[in-house]
Design a protein around this ligand. Structure first.
Ligand code: SAM
Length: 280
């Protein structure tokens, strides 16, 4: 039976008794038009390996296989979903591998070869942590990320200087990838509906990603940790810890000591990180 002829996702959820567990951030997309719309963002899939985090009942999994993913590893923490996923696996021509466990502990880079994409409707509680792990990986091992988050997190990834969502996440993500918000999905599209709307973001690695994400992380943490303060105040402690003279550091990076962090472009944070740790 081809994947198209499997029982509908709603029937699968019903026949396997798959009620949502809120602790695991379970909100399912049971509309194959929507899961296909997400999978389409990752085109082309033939010739690409894919890691999917949290496949749940497998709507996005089906769509990724139908679009021709080469090998798809689906990493799901909740063992209740494994039999439903195995039914998809049986029709996948050996392309679907199911890994049961915590995706935060799963070494994607060692288990899937390049070119490799990560596509997921992420659990809200751990989605941002996973994203930070992937963007700070060295070297970047993925060729694309297509990820659904709650809308506010998606806005924080793509925000530009001066926008209210601009902060640490935007600077880190945009230092390694070009980031775009592809589309929003209203809460009512999910079963059960979450409290907030969601959005899908696409990250494509830059040709030359910024190399020292660790120092960039320290600079942005200090700057945005006290985002209402001027940089000469918020970066003072970091300069002292690093034995660097604050005014000279800011001046060498053409950064106004009275500026607030949300006005600074990504390149200014990178300059501050490079000047703080020039040995990298
Ligand atoms: N992809 C499915 C869909 O779109 O209908 C389900 C998405 S639901 C928002 C998130 C899924 O991630 C759930 O199936 C949940 O069990 C799983 N999950 C939660 N935490 C996880 C973790 N740490 N590792 C792997 N899967 C996890």
């Amino acid at each position: 039976m081809p994947i198209e002829d499997l029982p509908s996702l709603s029937e699968t959820v019903k026949s396997h008794g798959l009620g949502a567990n809120k602790k695991l951030g379970q909100h399912f997309l049971l509309d194959m038009n929507l899961t296909d719309k997400i999978a389409r963002l990752a085109d082309p899939l033939p010739g690409h390996n894919v890691a999917e985090i949290g496949p749940g009942p497998g709507g996005l999994t089906r769509a990724l296989l139908l679009r021709g993913a080469n090998k798809l590893v689906a990493i799901e923490m909740d063992e209740r979903f494994i039999p439903a996923l195995a039914e998809i696996g049986d029709q996948s021509g050996g392309r679907l591998e199911i890994a049961q466990g915590d995706a935060l502990r799963y070494d994607i880079a060692s288990n899937l070869s390049a070119p490799l994409k990560i596509v997921a409707n992420l659990p809200y509680n751990v989605g941002t942590k996973m994203l930070i792990n992937w963007i700070t990986a060295s070297p970047i091992f993925w060729t694309q990320l297509v990820l659904m988050f709650q809308l506010e997190v998606a806005q924080r990834v793509v925000a530009q200087p001066g926008e209210s969502h601009y902060g640490r996440l935007a600077v880190l993500c945009q230092s390694v990838a070009s980031c775009r918000l592809a589309f929003e999905i209203p809460a009512r599209a999910f079963t059960p509906p979450p409290k907030v709307d969601s959005a899908v973001v696409v990250l494509d690695p830059l040709d030359i990603p910024f190399g020292d994400l660790k120092t960039l992380g320290r600079v942005t943490q200090s700057a945005f940790g006290q985002r209402r303060k001027m940089l000469r105040r918020s970066l003072k402690a970091l300069a002292e810890q690093s034995n660097i003279e604050l005014d000279g550091w800011l001046e060498s990076c053409a950064v106004d000591p009275r500026a607030r962090p949300e006005t600074l472009p990504v390149s200014a944070f990178q300059a501050l990180a490079t000047a703080l740790n020039p040995t990298r």
